[in-house]
Unconditional design. Structure first.
Length: 351
């Protein structure tokens, strides 16, 4: 299984996901700003991985500050400035804000007179715990999702990259696929290219290949045709934010797949940890959708694909209405409609 990040004292190593699969280059982040830039530039991406990287960014900063000595009280303002900087990197994946909230709450418990060195130990431990929890969570999601297949061998279509590169390891939707494969239940995975950033053809294909899971890359626009030909049994995707009613933001193109599934009578599943649920938002209409650079559309692999000044609209995510989702696969089990009730019940029992 490929890891997206490695943290050792004073350094966060990130595999540069912009260069995969052609090149495996590890970038070394030694400070919070370089982690923030790595998240903005998609060196690291995928909702849970963004949250983990941000937590490590805060850990790097406090480790560096502790070399100069002093108290938590003297460092506190810089800690909160770091949280604000990281919160501005990418708006849609709520896992980022989940990790930053955990850090903010830890900060509030630290005594003003505590040495920065002691505070650094606590902050590093929390960052490491968040990553370890995400890995365990993904493994549990995989197990719950695999049970849904009830022993059948499936042809599965997925979108974007939701694997070990997008999480602390194992993956969400790709974690379910991994668990199904381990049980001998994957006939074939169709990996959508996932334009314009090609997380599917570059990253999901890379992970499926290295795991020996049978797969084919398809153009996003081939999905509906494959469904019409009865070549797809399941569609499973990840999520960047799930509102209180189950509406789900995920990579642009996800909503279209859900509509196609409904037309063809194919179950459309979403796999995500509880950290991806944002019940402060009643519906998906309130989810902030990131709009990325027009150049992601104007250029592919460095080659210009439109007139140089072509006006572009490049939303990075869309929102799938809960009514199109057959089940939300979490680490605590599979939620079924009506989601407002099932989400509320699960979150109340998990707190
Ligand atoms: O823009 P990205 O690559 O960060 O988008 C990633 C996705 O949309 C994933 O499907 C989502 O984060 C779930 S990852 C486990």
């Amino acid at each position: 299984m490929f890891a997206a990040m490695q943290f050792t004292k004073g350094i966060l190593r990130l595999i540069d996901q912009r260069l995969l699969p052609q090149e495996e280059v590890w970038l070394e982040c030694r400070g919070l700003e370089s982690v923030a830039l790595a998240i903005e530039d998609m060196v690291i991406r995928g909702a849970p991985a963004i949250g983990c990287a941000a937590a490590y960014g805060l850990a790097l900063d406090v480790q560096a500050a502790s070399l100069g000595g002093g108290t938590w009280d003297e460092y506190r303002a810089r800690f909160h400035a770091g949280i604000s900087r990281l919160a501005r990197t990418r708006p849609t994946a709520v896992n980022l804000f989940y990790a930053l909230d955990h850090m903010r709450r830890l900060g509030a418990t630290l005594a003003s007179t505590m040495s920065i060195t002691a505070a650094a130990e606590e902050i590093v431990k929390l960052a490491e715990d968040l990553a370890a929890d995400d890995l365990k969570t993904c493994q549990a999601i995989g197990a719950h999702g695999a049970k849904l297949a009830e022993g059948r061998k499936l042809r599965i279509l997925t979108h974007c990259n939701t694997g070990s590169l997008a999480t602390a390891g194992y993956g969400t939707a790709l974690g379910v696929i991994r668990s199904l494969h381990a049980a001998g239940q994957v006939e074939l995975v169709y990996a959508d290219e996932t334009r314009p950033y090609l997380q599917g053809s570059r990253l999901t294909a890379f992970e499926l290949r290295s795991e020996g899971i049978p797969y084919k890359v398809i153009a996003d626009s081939a999905a509906a045709y494959l469904m019409q030909l009865r070549q797809v049994d399941w569609v499973i995707v990840g999520a960047d934010r799930i509102a209180a009613n189950g509406d789900t933001a995920n990579k642009i193109g996800t909503y279209g797949l859900a509509v196609q599934c409904r037309h063809h009578g194919i179950p459309f599943y979403v796999a995500a940890p509880l950290a991806t649920f944002d019940t402060t938002l009643a519906t998906g209409a309130e989810i902030p959708v990131e709009e990325r650079s027009p150049d992601e559309i104007r250029y592919t692999g460095g080659r210009q694909m439109t007139p140089v000044d072509a006006p572009v609209y490049n939303p990075s995510f869309d929102v799938t209405p809960a009514a199109l989702i057959a089940g939300l696969i979490t680490e605590k089990g599979v939620l079924k409609p009506p989601y407002t009730e099932s989400i509320d019940r699960l979150l109340r029992n998990s707190n």
